[in-house]
Design a protein around this ligand. Structure first.
Ligand code: MN3
Length: 196
């Protein structure tokens, strides 16, 4: 049994103008595919071969000899979610989710500002998250491929890739503009609400 690249639920140009077909095509077809290829190669004959993706991530996290396996497994999981956390349709934030965001961040805009700020301040490559921590919503960031599965009690509700490969073609070095477009135009709030 090996892992495979999931198909996108929408055409590569469906997120334009906020994310170009060129960015999405490279990101999905080259970057994500490379994580899958490396993951399958590293798992051959490994003690974690045959385990689920979350198990592989959790059991290889911070194991020095499994750093490569961890990075590729976590990035595979992160990108599977990331494609589903974006949607081409303009969506309103479902009211149950809006209430939760207001409760934790004061307002939807307060959440968006916190998410953008956290993503901008993540030094170098990584991810910014909206997580449920035992019933409380929080914004966090992680370096490289680390994700909320690595932390007990955390559940990822939304995540945005802040590796430069995710925005450099469309936004150059303007990570704040990319994150603004993500929260205003790309995020799939129905998917977030479903995970609540
Ligand atoms: Mn990426």
């Amino acid at each position: 049994m090996s892992f495979s690249l999931p198909q996108l639920a929408y055409p590569a140009n469906a997120l334009e103008p906020h994310m170009s077909a060129e960015t999405l095509g490279f990101h999905h077809g080259k970057h994500h595919q490379a994580y899958v290829t490396n993951l399958n190669a590293l798992l051959k004959g490994h003690a974690l071969e045959g385990k689920s993706l979350p198990e592989i991530i959790q059991e290889s996290y911070q194991v020095p000899s499994d750093a490569g396996l961890f990075n590729n497994a976590s990035q595979h999981w992160n990108h599977i979610q990331f494609w589903n956390w974006m949607s081409p349709e303009g969506r309103a934030i479902p009211s149950a989710l809006e209430m939760r965001l207001k409760g934790s961040f004061g307002s939807v805009d307060g959440f968006k500002e916190a998410f953008i700020k956290k993503g901008v301040s993540q030094f170098g490559s990584g991810w910014v998250w909206l997580v449920d921590v035992e019933g409380e919503l929080q914004v966090t960031s992680t370096p490289n491929g680390v994700n909320p599965l690595c932390f007990k009690g955390q559940r990822a509700l939304l995540g945005c890739d802040v590796w430069e490969h995710s925005y450099y073609i469309d936004y150059r070095n303007r990570r704040p503009d990319y994150l603004r477009a993500f929260v205003d135009h790309l995020a799939n709030w129905d998917e977030v609400a479903k995970a609540l």
